[in-house]
Structure formats: structure tokens, C-alpha cells
Write a protein that binds this ligand. Structure first.
Ligand SMILES: Nc1ncnc2c1ncn2[C@@H]1O[C@H](COP(=O)(O)OP(=O)(O)O)[C@@H](O)[C@H]1O
Ligand SMILES: [Mg+2]
Length: 257
């Protein structure tokens, strides 16, 4: 298994008592797959990513990468945070190479590696511009490229398209699938958009709140490539309906009979 979580839980100690953000979560992500986590705000999606990235120590459980225990280790996976902004004082090219720079790539080599990708992904000619002069979609493409160019087989994307309008978002989804195919990476994607999760993923893990947990794992039975019109097919709409029902059932455990 490429990435594996065994009984990962997180309890935050707060002045007024403790708060269990995640009850034990186990997850197995095969190499090269595209996996999504969907669930309402506060169900622990970002907390789970922080644990995988080594930024948040889990209260219980382990994270394994290719079988190796990487719990608490930083820098083993690529991670695009929910609010992953470009540095405004760096050009697009300098932003895109930032992850490689942090990993110790020499400036010249990291730039040489990044340039063809900027061209290929619609940022050619914008290398020397500053982020403030780009559209929202272009800024997200630059932030995604920065994450993908890091030497790591697994990338975590936390609601990367949440702030974009519907049209831009649809184009970005197509573009992400192209990147995924090109780079051959294992992707774990967080969204609260059911259509987006179905369109992109091989497998969807549906989460619920209080405490955060996975309530169902769904393999998406749609072949690839998936045209945009796939969202009108009966397979897609049935799956969507099922996800909606699961998310509606999200009752706090203490309220369950
Ligand atoms: N550092 C923290 N300290 C205390 N509580 C936190 C902290 N980070 C997140 N939480 C709480 O944990 C729960 C899960 O948060 P989060 O992982 O951000 O959810 P999501 O990303 O699914 O919206 C929420 O109830 C949130 O308030
Ligand atoms: Mg979040």
C-alpha cells in the first residue's frame, strides 16, 4: 500500500476540556490512485491531512508510506494547504520552484525543471509576473504545480478549488486530471463538493462529524477518461444521490439511538 493510516485519532486538549476531532480513522491508498475525502465542515479533513503531513501528532495510530512508519515525519508527502497562497513578492516562476528550493534543489536546476511545466499548463509567458496580476485559476495552477514538482509520490490537496467560480472550477478539475496522469502521483483530495469528488476520484471516503470519522468508502465505477457530460449519466446521479443521503445522515453519535 502506498499510504496507510491505522487507527489515527486526534484529541485536542482545550482549556475547557478535550475535543475529539477524529475518532480512529483507518485508510489504505493504493499507489497511483486518486482518492477523495468528503464531509461537512469540521469533520476533521484538514486535521487528518495535518497528521499525514507530520504537522499534527496523532493521539493514537500510525501513518505509513510504502510500509515505513512516517508518523510525525515532515516533508514526506506534498501538501497543498486549504489556504495555500503564493508569496506576493515572488514571481510565478519563483513561487513554483519554492517547494523544490526547500527540498534543496539548486536554483538553476529547479527553474530549468519547472519552465516546461509552466508552458504545458497554461502559465507560459507569465513566469516573471507577480501573483497579484494573475486570475484566480492561474494562481491555483501555480500553487498546484509547486506542490506536484516536489519529490514526493503522494500529494494531499485540501479543497484547492473551493474559492473558484463554477466554470473555472470545472476547467481546473480537467487540468488536475491531466496533471495526475502526467505525474503518476498518488493523490488524496479533500472537497465538500460531491460532484467534484465523483468526477475526480477512484475512491471516495465519506466522513461525518462529532467525532470526525469515515462512515463509508465508495469505489467510483466510472471509466476514464470521464467527459464533463458524465455528470448526467445514471451511474453518476445514483452515486451522487447515495452520497447526499450519507451526508444527510450525519448525526452526532451521542444523538443516535
Ligand atoms: N488546533 C486545534 N485546536 C483545537 N481544535 C481544533 C484545532 N484544529 C481543528 N480543531 C477542531 O477539530 C475539528 C476538525 O477541524 P478540521 O480538521 O479543520 O475540519 P474540516 O477540515 O473537515 O473542516 C473542528 O471541530 C475544529 O474546530
Ligand atoms: Mg478543512
Amino acid at each position: 500500500m502506498k499510504l496507510r493510516l491505522d487507527d489515527v485519532s486526534v484529541t485536542f486538549q482545550l482549556p475547557g476540556g478535550s475535543h475529539q476531532a477524529l475518532s480512529p480513522v483507518s485508510l489504505a491508498v493504493p499507489e497511483g490512485r486518486f482518492i477523495s475525502l468528503i464531509g461537512p465542515s469540521g469533520c476533521g479533513k484538514s486535521t487528518l491531512f495535518n497528521v499525514i503531513a507530520g504537522l499534527q501528532p496523532p493521539t493514537t495510530g500510525q501513518v505509513r508510506l510504502d510500509g515505513e512508519d512516517i508518523t510525525g515525519a515532515i516533508g514526506r508527502v506534498g501538501y497543498m494547504l486549504q489556504k495555500d497562497l503564493l508569496l506576493p513578492w515572488r514571481t510565478v516562476l519563483d513561487n513554483v520552484v519554492l517547494g523544490m528550493e526547500i527540498q534543496g534543489w539548486p536554483a538553476k536546476e529547479s527553474r530549468a525543471r519547472a519552465r516546461p511545466y509552466l508552458h504545458r499548463y497554461g502559465l507560459g509567458g507569465f513566469e516573471d509576473r507577480f501573483p497579484a496580476t494573475l486570475s484566480g485559476g492561474m494562481r491555483q495552477r501555480a500553487a498546484l504545480l509547486r506542490t506536484l514538482l516536489i519529490d514526493s509520490d503522494v500529494i494531499l490537496l485540501d479543497e484547492p478549488f473551493g474559492a473558484l467560480d463554477a466554470q473555472t472550477r470545472a476547467r481546473m478539475q480537467e487540468w488536475l486530471l491531466q496533471l495526475w496522469a502526467d505525474f503518476g502521483k498518488t493523490v488524496v483530495f479533500v472537497t465538500h463538493d460531491i460532484d467534484e469528488a465523483i468526477f475526480l476520484s477512484d475512491t471516495i471516503h465519506v466522513m461525518a462529524t462529532r467525532p470526525g470519522r469515515i462512515i463509508e468508502t465508495i469505489d467510483v465505477p466510472l471509466s476514464r477518461p470521464r467527459p464533463a457530460s458524465i455528470s448526467t449519466t445514471s451511474g453518476f446521479t445514483a452515486l451522487k444521490q447515495h452520497c447526499i443521503e450519507l451526508l444527510h445522515q450525519d448525526q452526532p453519535l451521542e444523538d443516535a439511538a
